[in-house]
Design a binder for this molecule. Structure first.
Ligand SMILES: O=P(O)(O)OC[C@H]1O[C@H](O[C@H]2O[C@H](CO)[C@@H](O)[C@H](O)[C@H]2O)[C@H](O)[C@@H](O)[C@@H]1O
Length: 371
């Protein structure tokens, strides 16, 4: 179905065609051959009068996804290159600058937001085995004792709860489209109120997501290593165990399926393509929703700390930047474009940072002197 929203103007189309033509190294179509209005089909530009151009545009889209996925999960870190050194200058280690960070947080309510995969658990080949260490769980427990704490993840909420297993946290699953508050309240603002917040802005998409999940399972079953994960309000197509030679073919299968679902969009993560509703909701909006639920909507006395490793975490880093509040910490060993202000290398550094936060907050114990 064509809506006003997905009809683009002649001018925009001409610009796109010129860009696409320059990408594919060919000449732009004369504007006279472009129809007056064209529908955007599932994020791909439908140009019925020139099939070759359509193919080139679609090809460009698929390779852009693949390039983006590669950039999100580089296979090895470049050694201390000039690029990395200057990146670190602008995004210093949150461990090396810990005193500076807590100095800015002094007198404010710290609220902790944590992505799951690649942040609390190391990246592994099998998404069902992305376990957190016991040490991380113990540290998280300590964090939740002192600060309101939320897990903000692309995963299905129930699945991430089964990994984390802490009832005192907020959980924002499916990229924030499924939010639930603690069932065991510890946060200072909540007192003993055990009422769980529940917010699901994409619930009308559930039947469509289920339908697309089944189609994708069927269409990708011939690609060795491909794995489709149902994250309730969104889906993940995993490329990690697929031979790189087959990536383009797998991405093309995904694109073809999505052509029939213009209400779904696609984002790229670490060797994963994520399919989700086109609603304006992301991890940044989830962060704002949670701050509001905690009563810090217009407060200057709050200091949110968001830690994440993925492109989807950038939405949350951007929100913090524009609010001018708190800090974003990117988990990465390699230089990446980011709106985060600080970095940590891997989940073990995340655990060290969180442990230092607990120690900072814990009242120092005075040893009684014996007479
Ligand atoms: O927002 P996140 O918590 O970072 O979730 C994003 C995706 O994470 C998971 O995939 C990633 O981790 C897997 C396990 O380490 C790894 O095998 C995969 O290659 C990574 O992309 C999760 O399985 C996805 O559903 C999430 O979308």
């Amino acid at each position: 179905m064509m809506t006003n929203q997905n009809v683009v103007t002649h001018e925009v189309i001409n610009t796109l065609i010129a860009v696409a033509a320059s990408i594919s190294n060919s000449t732009a179509l004369p504007s006279a051959t472009v129809p007056e209005s064209m529908a955007v089909l599932g994020g791909f530009w439908g140009l019925p009068h020139n099939k070759n151009l359509v193919k080139r545009l679609e090809g460009a889209k698929v390779s852009a996804w693949i390039d983006s996925m590669r950039a999100s999960s580089p296979t090895r870190a470049k050694s201390e290159s000039q690029e990395k050194r200057s990146w670190i200058l602008y995004h210093p280690s949150a461990l090396n600058t810990f005193e500076q960070i807590v100095c800015s947080a002094k007198g404010k309510q710290v609220v902790v937001f944590l992505d799951y995969d690649g942040t609390l658990s190391p990246i592994v080949a099998d998404p069902d085995k992305a376990f957190m260490t016991r040490k991380m769980r113990a540290t998280l427990k300590g964090i939740a004792r002192h600060f309101p704490t939320a897990i903000v993840t692309g995963r299905c909420r129930d699945k991430v709860y089964n990994f984390v297993k802490l009832a005192e946290l907020y959980y924002a699953g499916s990229h924030g489209m499924d939010i639930k508050g603690p069932t065991k309240s510890q946060s200072p603002k909540q007192g003993n109120n055990n009422k769980a917040v529940l917010f699901q802005p994409a619930s009308q998409f559930l039947p469509m997501i289920d339908e697309v999940y089944k189609i994708l399972l069927e269409k990708t079953k011939t690609v060795p290593g491909a794995n489709v994960e149902n994250n309730k309000f969104c889906l993940s197509v995993h490329f990690r165990c697929v031979d790189e030679k087959s990536w383009a073919a797998l991405a093309e299968k995904v694109r073809l399926v999505l052509n029939d679902y213009p209400q779904l969009r696609l984002t790229q993560g670490r060797k994963v393509l994520e399919i989700r509703p086109t609603i304006k909701w992301d991890k940044g909006k989830a962060l704002e929703f949670l701050l509001e639920s905690l009563g810090y909507e217009n407060s200057n006395d709050v200091f949110p700390i968001y830690i994440g490793d993925d492109r989807t975490d950038e939405d949350a880093f951007k929100v913090l930047r524009s609010r001018g509040q708190g800090i974003g910490i990117l988990v990465s060993r390699v230089a990446k474009e980011t709106d985060a202000s600080y970095t940590l290398q891997d989940p073990s550094e995340v655990e060290q940072f969180l442990r230092r936060l607990v120690e900072w907050k814990r009242p120092s114990t005075v040893t009684p002197t014996s007479v």
